[in-house]
Ligand binder design. Structure first.
Ligand SMILES: NC(=O)c1ccc[n+]([C@@H]2O[C@H](COP(=O)([O-])OP(=O)(O)OC[C@H]3O[C@@H](n4cnc5c(N)ncnc54)[C@H](O)[C@@H]3O)[C@@H](O)[C@H]2O)c1
Length: 310
């Protein structure tokens, strides 16, 4: 396989941290988004691509002889509830276009992340298994189930090597989050250092699964590169550590004792209430060796040290 990779949503939170690691491993990156990268020279090749524009996607895949598409463009959970019609267009049409273009251009592999948002209120909330009922109630969650199922359909019918990870909330010091329901786990650090107080938009006991960005990037690269024969699934649960806002607050206070917090739940509480509290990722551990390295203590120290040094 050549190492030409087209990434959609390249200006987003996860792509911005995945791309430098891919480059370091010898991949050539064709970064694409509707939004320009932070700096003009961030990527060697950047192209404007709206994932709803199939013809343009076809043109770029052919022009750069792409062998891997990483499809990260998406409207996230909270933003999706504010504009379901936009989420329908971008998340459903975008995924369909990526899979069809990949199939027709004989792209070897497609990676597209799913999320814990794929689960719903009927899903068991503790140690949520990999293969379990998924009946999400948000448009974002529905789009993630669509991505999983359509990708698996293309794998079964056309042998397109589709791979998908259900990410939990991803925590990073390097960008401000953009419309997700786990944003509080990042915002609390930024506000702790900037203002010394935080207004949390979910209740203090809302436990959700999370992962550090450095675990997310490493795990994604390992999953991308593992021999297809080792995979018993095309969609895997992965997780790091589950915690509540109150637990995160207490941990941050061991570094910044004067931090104050107020709990003012808004519409995102309802979204969080339908998501799992903890995830069983044993299939990923068994099949391709997934393991997280960060826990709540190490994430907190890493976040505070990184933000202080900026
Ligand atoms: N960050 C998380 O905590 C998290 C958790 C679970 C799953 N995920 C998934 O990971 C992927 C990347 O998430 P992220 O956090 O980097 O999101 P993000 O919102 O930071 O980035 C998404 C990018 O998509 C771009 N985009 C939006 N509409 C577009 C369109 N029509 N065409 C092309 N690009 C468009 C945006 O400009 C943005 O740069 C998404 O599929 C998301 O659902 C993220």
């Amino acid at each position: 396989m050549n190492k030409q990779v087209l990434i959609t949503g390249s200006s987003g939170q996860i792509s911005s941290e995945l791309i430098p690691e891919l480059t370091a491993r010898g991949y050539s990156i064709i970064a694409t988004d509707v939004k320009l990268p932070k700096t003009e020279f961030e990527y060697e090749v950047f192209e404007i691509l709206d994932v709803r524009q199939k013809k343009e996607m076809e043109r770029l895949v052919s022009k750069y002889d792409i062998s891997l598409i990483i499809h990260n463009a998406s409207i996230l959970s909270a933003k999706g509830e504010q504009d379901p019609s936009l989420a329908l267009d971008v998340n459903f049409e975008g995924t369909r276009n990526v899979l069809e273009v990949a199939r027709d251009a004989e792209v070897e592999k497609v990676f597209s992340p799913s999320s814990i948002a794929a689960f719903g209120p009927e899903t068991p909330k503790e140690n949520t298994p990999n293969d379990v009922i998924t009946r999400p109630k948000t448009i974002y969650g529905i789009s993630k189930v669509f991505t999983e199922l359509l990708g698996e359909y293309f794998w079964g019918k056309y042998q397109l090597d589709f791979r998908c990870l259900r990410y939990p909330g991803i925590i990073t010091p390097n960008s401000i989050p953009s419309g997700g329901t786990t944003d509080w786990a990042i915002e609390m650090f930024f506000e702790a250092l900037n203002n010394g107080n935080y207004r949390c938009f979910v209740n203090k006991d809302t436990q959700l699964p999370m992962m550090s960005m450095r675990d997310c990037v490493r795990g994604t690269l390992e999953f991308l590169e593992v021999d297809s024969k080792k995979l018993t699934h095309r969609t895997y649960n992965v997780t790091g550590i589950s915690f509540t806002p109150a637990e995160l607050y207490n941990e941050i206070k061991t570094h910044l004792p004067s931090l104050k917090i107020e709990y003012l739940p808004d519409y995102r509480q309802q979204i969080a209430d339908t998501w799992p509290k903890s995830i069983d990722d044993n299939f990923a551990r068994r099949d391709w060796g997934w393991q997280n390295s960060d826990d709540l203590k190490s994430i907190t120290k890493w976040m505070i040290d990184s933000l202080k040094s900026k």
